[in-house]
Design a protein around this ligand. Structure first.
Ligand code: GDP
Ligand code: MG
Length: 172
């Protein structure tokens, strides 16, 4: 097996849920409240170690196309993993997870490894979606699930690393 495998991970979900902030936090350990979604990076790469093997995570962000669910096929192509993100303070973004799931399974592959991410956990007083609801949805579908905060960094490394780990185990 090639020792430098590339894992393409895509990050989808409604506009405003924090996708770009999550990626920025993971790649650069930065958080910017006024981060401009439309001029976000198309993708960033980061080398990680998985059980002694060197793997490159290639992380793809959207640049506003998600607002109209007009993300084109090349974005999805050959993605081995997808983070589907909602905002715990926005019920509508949770309801949209099913639509994003459909898009991923149709345009990437039915085998694309899915992780569900409930972001903005720091905004507890504005919460509209309970932790249990997130867990239940993910469990029923056999997906990984985490709540995160791009603001505080909570679970940000975990969503990328656990997803990569699962993919790695699956392809052995
Ligand atoms: P995107 O459209 O999904 O890429 O969302 P952005 O990353 O552009 O974030 C949208 C807004 O949510 C911005 O104002 C961010 O500062 C804010 N945001 C993102 N993540 C968090 C978080 O974890 N906590 C809080 N409080 N705000 C967040
Ligand atoms: Mg964005």
């Amino acid at each position: 097996m090639n020792s430098k495998q590339i894992f393409k991970l895509i990050v989808v979900g409604n506009s405003g849920v924090g996708k770009s902030c999550i990626i920025l936090r993971y790649l650069d350990d930065e958080f910017n409240l006024g981060y401009e979604a439309t001029i976000g990076v198309e993708f960033g790469s980061v080398p990680i170690e998985l059980m002694g093997k060197s793997v490159v995570l290639q992380i793809w962000d959207t640049a506003g196309q998600e607002t109209y669910r007009s993300i084109t096929k090349p974005y999805f192509r050959r993605a081995v993993g997808a983070l589907i993100v909602y905002d715990i303070t926005d019920r509508n973004s949770f309801n949209s997870v099913m639509d994003w799931l459909e898009d991923v399974q149709l345009n990437a592959s039915p085998n694309t490894f899915i992780t569900i991410v409930g972001n903005k956990r720091d905004l507890e007083s504005k919460r509209q979606v309970s932790y249990e609801e997130g867990v239940k949805f993910a469990k029923e579908n056999g997906f990984l699930f985490f709540e995160t905060s791009a603001q505080s960094s909570y679970n940000i490394e975990k969503i990328f690393e656990e997803t990569a780990n699962k993919i790695y185990q699956q392809i052995q």
